[in-house]
Design a protein around this ligand. Structure first.
Ligand SMILES: Nc1ncnc2c1ncn2[C@@H]1O[C@H](COP(=O)(O)OP(=O)(O)OP(=O)(O)O)[C@@H](O)[C@H]1O
Length: 221
């Protein structure tokens, strides 16, 4: 399997001591990987390096085999943050309109109904964004990633403020995306809830990333 995302010897500091010392990992196309670690260990910093918002002091990020510096694969990757859509909540549009406009802008052809079906929002297609719950809004963020046709979907704490039932639904949607060949890398503080759906868990601590054995997934909070 070829790699969707690879990091080789990433080192990064904001100025004081290094946040990341030497981070190396590879996520293959079609995998669902979770990144876990205590508060402040550098998970969002690592995401910033992957997204190109931050530049490593040493090492390299590769997207689909290409060094990020030479090809940012803008069209292939999508980032869904904790509050991706919350800020747009009062924008006067329905989900259906949002998707249609986005598709038209991208000159992309896709069936709006099946995209909404994929993220479990079909029955809300004519609802205004302000009528949606936090969990439903989070899925609108994911929907934007799908409209774009992203092959690599990055999520930072997608289940913050979302109850267990909605979280499980979101994980199931992400699992399905991976089964269709997309790649998902998700920062989470809820590994035990995500465990039934993911392929791999990577633990960030002391500036390094290590693979967690599935037998350890239940013990990490
Ligand atoms: N812009 C910044 N300038 C200086 N230091 C920063 C900046 N952003 C983060 N840091 C520091 O870098 C370290 C890692 O922060 P980061 O947000 O990456 O951690 P995290 O693992 O995502 O944390 P959390 O789980 O709380 O979201 C922390 O000590 C933080 O205070």
């Amino acid at each position: 399997m070829s790699s969707a995302l690879e990091a080789v010897g990433l080192r990064f500091s904001y100025g004081d001591g290094p946040v990341l010392e030497s981070v190396s990992f590879s996520v293959a196309e079609g995998e669902f990987a979770a990144i876990v670690g205590d508060n402040g260990v550098g998970k969002s910093t690592l995401m910033g390096l992957v997204l190109g918002d931050l530049v490593p002091d040493a090492g390299e990020v590769r997207l689909f085999g290409d060094p990020r510096a030479t090809d940012d694969h803008h069209a292939d990757i999508a980032y869904v943050s904790q509050d991706a859509v919350r800020g747009y909540r009062n924008f006067p549009t329905t989900i259906e309109e949002l998707v249609s406009v986005h598709l038209a802008h991208l000159k992309a052809r896709a069936d709006v109904g099946s995209l909404l079906e994929t993220v479990g929002l079909a029955q809300h297609r004519r609802h205004a964004l302000r009528q949606l719950s936090g969990g439903q809004l989070q899925r609108v963020g994911l929907l934007a990633a799908l409209v774009k046709g992203a092959r690599l979907v990055l999520l930072d704490e997608p289940t913050t403020g979302i109850d267990r039932k909605f979280s499980a639904e979101l994980y199931r949607i992400l699992r399905n995306l991976c089964d269709e060949g997309r790649t998902v890398v998700m920062i989470t503080h809820h590994l035990s809830e995500a465990a039934p759906f993911i392929d791999r868990a990577l633990l960030l601590s002391d500036g390094r990333l290590s693979e967690l054995d599935p037998s350890e997934w239940g013990a990490v909070r």
